[in-house]
Structures are given as C-alpha cells and as structure tokens.
Write a protein that binds this ligand. Sequence first.
Ligand code: GUN
Length: 293
Amino acid sequence: MKLIDGKAVSEELKNALKQDVLDYRKKSGRVPHLAAILVGDNPASKAYVGNKVRACEQVGYKSTLVKLDDNITQARLLEEIRKLNEDPDVDGFIVQLPLPKHINETEVTLAIDHKKDVDGFHPVNFGRMAQGMPAFLPATPYGILLLLERYNIETAGKHVVVVGRSNIVGTPISILLSRKSKSGDATVTLAHSRTKNLADVVRLGDIVVAAIGIPGFITEDMIKIGAVVIDVGINRVEDESAPKGSRLVGDVDFEPVRGKSSYITPVPGGVGPMTVMGLLLNTFKSANKEIYS
Ligand code: GUN
C-alpha cells in the first residue's frame, strides 16, 4: 500500500505556482486576485475559506473575503455577486457552499459570470467540461486528476467506481475520468444511494472514488485487492481522546481498507489540499485568460 500524499503534492505545486506568479507579476504589472463569499458562520465553511485565503497568500495572490450575515436576502447576495462580476481587478471568485436554506443555490450559481467561475460550478463550465472543451474544472475533481497524474496511476481501460453523485464531485469526476483524454479513458460506474448491491458494485472498482459524505461508509469487504482508493469525504466525528473532542475522517474505513489497497488517500492530507490547489490553478488560468479571452 502506498499513501497518496496530497499535502506534499500540493506544496510542490504551490511552490511551482509561486514562481509562475512572480513571472506573471513582472510581465503584467498586476497580481492574480481570488475573492470568496462566505455566508454565515458554519465552522467547516469558515475553515475551508480560511485555507483558501491562506493558500492565496502562500502563492502571492491577492485575496478578498466577503463575509455576509446568515440572514442576508437573496437579492443582497446577488448584488454582491454582481459587484465581483463587474470588478475588473477580480480574476475569479467562489461562493462557499452550503448556503442557508432560504437562499436559492441554483440562482446563485447562475448569477456568477462563468468567466470568473473558478469553482467550475456554472452550467457553461460544466457543459464545456462534459464536451471536452476548455473550461474551469470543478476544484475537487481537478485536484483528484492532478493526484492520479502525479502518482502515475493509469486510468485508461480501468474500471472506476464513483460513489456519490453530487454536482460538485461525484458527477463531474465520473465525466472527467471517462473522457477521451489524459487521466481519462476509464470505464466509469456512478453509484449512489439507490444503487442495488452497492458492495458488489464497488468491488468491481480498480479505482474507487468515495464522495458520499458518510464517515467510514466504504468498508474493507467492498474493496478489491490492489484497488486505488480516493477518499473525498471530510467528516467531523466525536472522539473523546482527541484534543478538540472530535477528529476528521473520510468516507472510507481507513485502516482496514488501507491494507487491501495499492494506493489510498488519507483524511486529512489527501484530496482536501488538492481542492485548494485546483482553485488556485483555475484562478491563474483566469488571470492569464487561458480559458476565456
Ligand atoms: N463546499 C464544499 N466544497 C466546496 C467547493 O469546492 N467550493 C465551494 N464554493 N463550496 C464548497
């Protein structure tokens, strides 16, 4: 078993990006700029956005954090999005999810200018991605592709089982891995809560991507010997022996599954840091007008 060290890979990529940012600044006289809108004070969202802001500092980007109250109206939130859409200094921005229940998430996603949609959630980017056109790829799937490449994990002809069909991870990674491209050409099964005989289906996977949001859901009996296991879950569970009284775990029952797999991502330190990296790389592509002129 080999541990896939997302933290180390993201540090390597950040160091390379830092140099590219210096060159960009010299050439253009400007600084790449990522903004984030955070609504309310969900502790996990605050931590994720904090990581994104810190990563911007590390690579030499400007970052702006727009903090909005939990009870903000839909109209006021759309107004904040309009301001970022129209600000020529902002290369890209994200609205951290989940949003409060009274906010219409679809309307928010549609309001973001797709040319600044560095999360890759807008249907224009999603559609372009699905057709293999240049697009901002959703940050977590993008990070997973980078990890597979970095560890030379072959995907062509492999059977990938993705568990979970969310718009931000399960569905896009299933499309990306089946595309005719690098880190693609896989045979992909997208399994979900209505899949029959889920354990039998997951056992077919040469590569298993777990993105369901249930701690320890993927157990050792579901894993084929030698499979590659990519754990996207970030779940906080109570643990009296941990300093905070809780700890982070993935969607995979790590220790037993680790013994059966050829490669596995840990939680934390696997996919999580690569999501931030995907976002930074998309922002740099936006600053360089690589996807849209
Ligand atoms: N919530 C969980 N993951 C993400 C993400 O990648 N982007 C945003 N905006 N919100 C999230």
